[in-house]
Design a protein around this ligand. Structure first.
Ligand SMILES: Nc1ncnc2c1ncn2[C@@H]1O[C@H](COP(=O)(O)OP(=O)(O)OP(=O)(O)O)[C@@H](O)[C@H]1O
Ligand SMILES: Cc1ncsc1CCO
Length: 537
């Protein structure tokens, strides 16, 4: 098989030590090939040379029957003896230039990399593919002293590889439940380069049913790669090929429709939020026509996940981390949208660390924050915070900030303030409704997050009910999440304007009650009349 024809989608790395008791290695291998493994690497850490050659030879015999190439881990002599397709080497093994001299131009050479500098070196030295990892902690390799890359770290490396023709697979801690998260969140921010596949050991080798295990992984990777090829705009984060009308009028019509969907479907919105706003958030959810459930226990949130329409994670009083880890992961598995509100993230190192931890466990759909919070997420020093509040005049170019962060985090970004900015990494919207009273009540931003969650649930239901909805196994969420974010922002701010104009509203206290009433009474037509939206790109 020539190099360019090699399919890296599901790259099995063997490990006889991981076989379930009583399972024969060759039987397991054959079943995994039947399930759709596309490439095999023989990895024998303890075998002596004679045994390694024997295992490699028999592995190649089995793989030849499925037209699947075999690579050898580390041992160029074993590769030469058996005549496999190539080798895989580590950073401390034989250097690529010397290996190339030994194996010749037609053999595949792949190398493990975990850093940006190693990616540059692999390019310079002419690697055919790189194995990027470890993405997450893994039981199959000692990675205690290695930095876990997470999907975002993989994305940074993919940007370096973009346009070079070098293929890429990710490795380390990859399992079916986190695969869609990995594929989606590692799409590189600048060049929209994506993984060519995943390298898997235990999920296949340790399985009693390797055929089914391999098939499930292959179907998901295959679905992802197929869809990425056909996207009209690879920079649009969620890449949903719906016929979105990208004009201000089209967006407003979409918002009006989502308001109706919320009222008609009453989606259940699971909220893990802070103790300051929990009651107000439940009330705004009811006022708009959705149904709130506030729950934090890890077992309870896992049980709830299949039934909810969307999940809000707001770590304002930062006390339910365990539950947040479980709820977010389950939301990804069940393909439910997640709105993440990293309240006061810039204020303490504990909050920053918690955010890193949460976001390495699950992929958010929408991140919403004020200027200080979005600034901290973007590692910008332009805006300062005072506790939960943002201080100062904000970003000089807020549109550019939200767009870049949307690409970096592979999700929708919402920046709130006097004007709000929303981006999916491609489009940038500015929404200028609202009232200064919103800055004078506590939890104003938190309630915005709640409403965005309600509309994310509605957008998903709306998508699933339509004829053009299609099944993509790798989709992390379904539905127009840019529209959901815009809907939450518009509805909240238009209701605030109407409330503030009421003669009985004398200040923040009466405003707070009036705001819930006006959310309850709000019609799609009022939103259309008052919406102030500009499309910045
Ligand atoms: N001066 C203002 N004029 C118009 N709208 C505003 C103003 N201040 C805030 N808003 C609106 O209020 C909502 C919350 O935004 P804000 O940036 O105040 O959140 P926050 O600082 O996170 O709030 P909190 O920490 O109290 O939850 C957004 O929908 C935003 O558009
Ligand atoms: C005041 C406050 N403190 C933690 S969360 C919260 C609500 C507004 O963000």
């Amino acid at each position: 098989m020539v190099k360019v024809d090699i399919d890296y989608s599901v790259y099995l790395v063997t490990g006889r030590e991981f076989l379930p008791p009583g399972k024969d290695y060759y039987e397991s291998l054959e079943e995994s090939l039947q399930g759709g493994v596309t490439l095999v690497q023989v990895r024998e850490k303890d075998a002596d040379t004679g045994e390694f050659i024997e295992v490699a030879r028999r592995t190649k015999d089995v793989c030849d029957r499925y037209n699947v190439p075999v690579l050898i881990n580390d041992r160029i002599d074993v590769h030469l003896a058996v005549g496999t397709a190539g080798i895989h080497i580590g950073q401390t093994d034989c250097p690529i230039p010397l290996a190339r001299q030994l194996v010749g131009p037609d053999a595949i050479i792949g190398i493990s990399i975990g850093k940006v500098e190693e990616a540059h070196k692999a390019i310079d030295q002419g690697a055919d593919y790189v194995g990027i990892g470890a993405v997450w902690p893994t039981g199959s390799k000692d990675v205690r002293n290695k930095k876990m890359l997470g999907p975002e770290g993989v994305g940074e490396i993919l940007d370096i590889l973009g346009g070079t023709g070098i293929k890429s697979v990710a490795i380390g801690g990859i399992h079916l439940p986190n695969l869609a998260q990995l594929l989606h969140a590692s799409i590189s921010p600048i060049s929209a380069n994506h993984l060519d596949g995943i390298a898997i050991i235990s999920d296949i080798v340790a399985s009693e049913t390797p055929k089914e295990a391999a098939r499930a992984l292959r179907d998901l990777v295959g679905s992802f790669k197929r869809v990425r090829k056909t996207l009209p705009d690879p920079m649009a984060i969620f890449g949903i090929p719906t016929k979105r009308d990208l004009t201000v009028d089209g967006l407003v019509t979409g918002v009006m429709e989502l308001i109706r969907v919320v009222k008609r479907e009453t989606p259940l919105v699971h909220q893990m939020t802070n103790t300051v706003v929990v009651n107000d958030s439940a009330n705004v959810t009811l006022a708009i026509g959705a149904s709130p459930i506030m729950s934090t226990h890890p077992r309870d949130v896992a049980d709830l996940s299949p039934a909810i329409g969307a999940l809000l994670i707001n770590f304002g009083t930062i006390s339910d981390k365990e539950g947040m880890l479980v709820a977010g992961r389950q939301a990804n598995v069940n393909r439910k949208p997640i709105v993440f509100d990293p309240v006061a993230i810039g204020a303490t190192s504990y909050r920053r660390e918690t955010s890193v931890d949460l976001l390495s466990h699950w992929q958010p759909t929408i991140i919403k924050g004020n200027a200080a919070e979005i600034g901290a997420m973007a590692k910008s020093t332009e805006v300062a915070s005072r506790g939960v509040d943002s201080v100062g005049s904000g970003f000089s170019d807020p549109g550019a900030v939200v767009k870049a962060l949307a690409r970096k985090r592979a999700c929708i970004i919402v920046l709130t303030g006097e004007s709000d900015y929303i981006s999916d990494g491609s489009v940038v919207l500015k929404a200028s409704n609202g009232h200064s009273y919103l800055g004078s009540i506590t939890g104003s931003g938190c309630m915005t997050g709640t409403l965005i969650g309600c509309f994310a649930a509605a957008a998903r239901l709306d998508y699933l009910s339509k004829k053009e909805a299609y099944e993509d196994l790798s989709q992390l969420v379904q539905g127009d999440m840019l529209l959901a974010a815009l809907s939450g922002i518009l509805v909240y701010n238009v209701a605030a304007e109407v409330a503030a104009e009421r003669p009985d509203v004398k200040g923040p206290g009466t405003f707070r009650a009036a705001l819930i009433d006006e959310l309850y009474n709000l019609t799609p037509e009022t939103v259309k009349e008052r919406a102030k939206i500009t499309m910045l790109s």
